[in-house]
Design a binder for this molecule. Structure first.
Ligand code: SF4
Ligand code: SF4
Length: 284
């Protein structure tokens, strides 16, 4: 199966993660990916992975032109799915900085708002993550039907939720003296793994950093709105800790979490029609 990677505005982290799939990938089937293989025109392919957000009119032009000649499109990573870091350019302060620099360099005109690629083209599948892990890329490209996600990161984390321990305060994001076996919530860390889609193998929590939700919501939450997601996280903290809810609410609004948490929040339950594919059936 021939495939290509169309890189819109992003950090190239998704491409690096894909390449980290190493020997498990058939790179002979890759016909275009600017980080590795360039061409004037993207060749006809069966599968197009799109990374990055639609930040400027060059992104929009490339996406529309390429989509017309491929069979299937996968939106890869937070930027292609919901804007991600490229969405930060919607912020007035960032825009002013950009435009000031733009006077000194020739850059493609920035669009007023960064949108998900699904606003422009038909997306067959979504592969969330910032970036998705190499294993997820390998599973996608091998069309691995055993690739099961949709549950929560806690299932892959393995840290224990000991009943007797109930923290009363949130701790900073980076904490040097953590218990390696105890759930990070039980150590006062704002870990959102209990609401986040699994499949990544929990590399962050295993390394001692709280999950920030880069895989987006689990299947239980994916077709619900942001309020339901907030309520689910708040409920976990009420059950496991004595940290005041206001402190949790405040911390959940931090910029680094808001980049990831509301991917798919434009979905709703309108797909109750049995002939319509439910959003969660399109997410790996
Ligand atoms: S809440 Fe976080 S640290 Fe605790 S078990 Fe879940 S993923 Fe692991
Ligand atoms: S543990 Fe959380 S933040 Fe880390 S890769 Fe998995 S979903 Fe993303």
């Amino acid at each position: 199966m021939k495939f290509a990677v169309l890189q819109l505005t992003g950090c190239a982290g998704c491409e690096v993660s894909l390449l980290n799939g190493g020997d498990q990938l058939d790179l002979g089937a890759l016909s275009y990916m600017p980080l590795l293989i360039s061409a004037d025109e993207i060749p006809d392919v069966d599968l197009l992975l799109v990374t990055g957000g639609i930040r400027n009119d060059e992104d929009l032009f490339k996406l529309r032109r390429t989509a017309a000649k491929v069979k299937k499109i996968v939106a890869v990573g937070t930027c292609a799915i919901s804007g991600g870091i490229t969405g930060l350019g919607d912020n007035d302060e960032v825009r002013q900085l950009f435009f000031a620099k733009a006077h000194r360099a020739t850059v493609p005109p920035m669009l007023p708002q960064c949108g998900p690629i699904a606003d422009e083209v038909d997306v067959a599948l979504y592969l969330p993550g910032c970036p998705p892990t190499p294993e997820l890329f390998v599973g996608l490209l091998r069309d691995d039907i055993t690739l099961k996600t949709g549950s929560i990161v806690c299932k892959e984390c393995g840290r224990k939720k000991t009943k007797e321990i109930r923290p009363t305060k949130l701790k900073p994001l980076v904490e040097p003296s953590l218990d390696p076996d105890l759930c990070l919530v039980k150590q006062g860390q704002l870990c959102v793994g209990s609401s986040t889609r699994n499949g990544c193998g929990a590399p962050c929590t295993k390394a001692g950093f709280p999950c920030v939700g880069c895989r987006g919501p689990s299947n239980n939450l994916i077709e619900k709105d942001a309020d339901a997601w907030f309520a689910a996280v708040r409920h976990v903290f009420e059950r496991l800790t004595d940290i005041p809810s206001e402190e949790i609410d405040q911390a959940l609004k931090s910029p680094h979490l808001s980049l990831f948490l509301f991917q798919f929040s434009d979905y709703d339950s309108s797909s109750d029609d049995e002939n319509t594919t439910r959003p969660r059936d399109k997410v790996i």
